[in-house]
Design a protein around this ligand. Structure first.
Ligand code: F6R
Length: 610
């Protein structure tokens, strides 16, 4: 959570610092702030709410300096307020910093600092860092930062400036992401490269326990562990800036739903050998293939939407690759005593590659000797770097907080992985061909579903007065019921529950009446008849039904109040099509209810706290 940015160089810092916050706003948006050193005088502005509130304030102020830092916040310690917004400073307002992460021992540190005479202005954990640096400061900012960090426990991406040691930014990283863009006589700092794209394509990804001292003429990276200098070369990023524009859509959320066909094309490009029914995953080819052949158990670990993709993956992999699969929630996994050995593959699934719970589970799995793999969208992210091997989604940046195109791609990658592992085992050439041929049809089949856009918009209008929804599905579409409900909650704040259709009779059916509609995901698959019986149960209790079914199903009109059709495909791939109407439904309901569907309240895109 939280986005940080920094600039030092030949241009006015505030332009980049504001633009970067706008691009990082998905990481948190309850308050924001900026500080610029103008002729060595720190000028700080903060505001509550989204970045445009800060931008308005900045218009009337002189922020002319060539060095500064900025921050967009997702509150953890202390409510969203100007006092709690970053940047935070020491007692005298000489040292300023922005922070992403959590300082776990801040209470003890704060108590000691107060006893030493420091006065605090905020309720945040972050402010202790500024006072610690102050207490160690003897003229060199980097030395004071080194000493302060030795006392800190927790996670941080930090950028610090000081009026008493100006012309430099000192940064440090542990467990929270931080990148640096290298321009000509200028440096850009940010939580992720999307904030830097367009300014430079030369990026350095900082690793844990690295501290860097940056001036406009050069930078130095030092290990916080042994104080040795680290030589690190930059990466060239290939990133299309138009990908972070709305390109004619009213919202990123809608744009990203409509990008799903493209997302699938990008995820499968160069990865299918149709004539051999084979899949080629370059990221896994670096591994000893016998190691992959020997896997006898897979644990998929992810949070939220990515976890639901994992559930679909579990069904696909067990049925077609014949490997036992379990799906774990990132925040639970490491608190249990998971049974893992070297033949267990732990696959973490994450769009951002920075989700703290998933990352912590990954470390635990590594410690226990599992083979660790990743399905990650953000290139160079921590999970991508920490896993032994993996597969990138390649769907481009996902800006809307609620994940859509990444989810579709996660299922696609899990299906590709099923063929990859399955063909090493018992999967026949015919089956390999059948699945890969069908995966290749997915972009055009999704296009077909998206043609229902107008109908779904009308449905959203019709149902916008309802405050409760039940989403139901079986087998491959049970996770889609969960995902449909999650999306509706997130972007409309309307209460929704996802439920396996067969579980309805064990409790949720008690809620059904004429004011509690049910959305059934019931394509013509091996469990269609069972879903039909559950629809009967809902109808018998006067419940309204919206049904997502396969084209050509006419009988459904006898039971459902509203019907959305999806094209026919392999049962295992139906989730990729059935989730699209649910995404559109949530988007249009949200717009109908005047919700900010790109940045729902209380959420952040990268959940970097546990
Ligand atoms: C919901 C949503 C979240 C994320 C979850 C994991 O729409 O986007 O539930 O799926 O926070 O995020 P990543 O995939 O970045 O690990």
């Amino acid at each position: 959570m939280c986005g940080i940015a920094g600039y030092i160089g030949k241009n006015k810092a505030s332009k980049f610092l504001l633009e970067a916050l706008k691009r990082l706003e998905y990481r948190g948006y309850d308050s924001a702030g900026i500080v610029v050193l103008n002729k060595n005088i720190p000028k700080c502005l903060k505001s509550v709410g989204k970045i445009n509130a800060l931008e308005k304030k900045m218009k009337n102020e002189n922020l002319d300096g060539f060095l500064g830092i900025s921050h967009t916040r997702w509150a953890t310690h202390g409510s969203p307020s100007e006092d709690n917004a970053h940047p935070h400073s020491d007692c005298r307002g000489n040292i300023w910093l922005v922070h992403n992460g959590i300082i776990e021992n801040y209470k003890t540190l704060k108590k000691n600092l107060i006893e030493e005479g420091h006065s605090f202005k905020s309720e945040t954990d972050t402010e202790v860092i500024a006072h610690l640096i102050e207490s160690h400061f003897k003229g060199s900012l980097e030395k004071a930062v080194f000493s302060a960090l030795k006392q800190i426990k927790g996670a941080y991406a930090l950028a610090v400036i000081s009026k008493d040691d100006p012309d430099k930014i000192v940064v440090a990283k542990k467990s929270s992401p931080l990148v640096m863009g290298i321009g000509k006589d200028e440096y850009f700092l940010a939580s992720d490269p999307s904030a830097i794209v367009g300014y430079t394509d030369k990026i350095i990804y900082f690793d844990d326990d690295e501290i860097s001292i940056i001036t406009k003429n050069g930078h130095q990276i030092i290990s916080a562990i042994d104080n040795n200098e680290i030589n690190k070369s930059h990466c060239q990023i290939d990133f299309d800036a138009s990908k972070i524009e709305k390109c004619g859509h009213s919202h990123f959320y809608l744009k990203e739903i409509f990008e799903c066909p493209e997302a699938v094309k990008n995820s499968i490009r160069g990865r299918i050998i149709p004539e051999d029914g084979l899949v080629k995953l370059g990221g896994l080819e670096t591994l000893d293939q016998d190691k992959l052949r020997e896997i006898n158990r897979i644990i998929l670990i992810a949070c939220g939407t990515a976890n639901f993709a994992g559930l679909v993956g579990e069904y696909i992999m067990e049925e077609y690759a014949g490997i036992p699969v379990e799906v774990e929630i990132g925040s639970e996994f490491r608190y249990r005593k998971p049974i893992i050995d070297s033949r267990t593959a732990v696959i973490t699934i994450s769009q951002s590659g920075e989700t703290a719970d998933t990352l912590a589970s990954l470390s635990e799995a590594k410690r226990k000797g599992a083979l660790t793999l990743g399905i990650v969208n953000t290139v160079g992210s921590t999970i991508a770097r920490e896993t032994e091997a993996g597969v990138y989604n390649h769907v481009g940046p996902e800006i809307a907080v609620a994940s859509t195109k990444a989810f579709i791609s996660q299922i696609i990658i899990l299906a590709l992985l099923t063929v990859y592992l399955g063909r090493m085992r018992g999967m026949s050439l015919t089956m390999g061909k059948r699945i890969t041929e069908e995966i290749q049809k997915m972009p055009s089949l999704i296009e077909k579903v998206l043609e229902n856009d107008r109908q779904i918009k009308d449905l959203a209008k019709k149902y916008s007065r309802y405050r409760n929804f039940l989403f139901l599905g079986r087998k491959y579409n049970y996770p889609i019921a969960e995902e449909g409900a999650l999306k509706l909650k997130e972007v409309t704040y309307v209460h929704a529950e996802g439920c396996a259709s067969g579980e309805m009779k064990h409790g949720p059916i008690a809620m059904i009446n004429e004011n509690f509609p049910s959305v059934f995901i019931a394509p013509s698959d091996s469990v269609y008849e069972k879903n039909w019986s559950n629809m009967e149960e809902v109808k018998a209790r006067n419940g309204k039904i919206i049904a997502i079914v396969t084209e050509g199903n006419e009988e459904i009109k006898n039971i459902a109040d509203d019907v959305i059709y999806i094209p026919k495909t392999l049962e295992m791939l139906t989730p990729i099509l059935s989730v699209i109407p649910l995404y559109l439904f949530s988007a249009y309901m949200g717009m109908e209810l005047n919700c900010d569907i790109d940045k729902p309240r209380n959420l952040a895109k990268s959940v970097t706290v546990e």
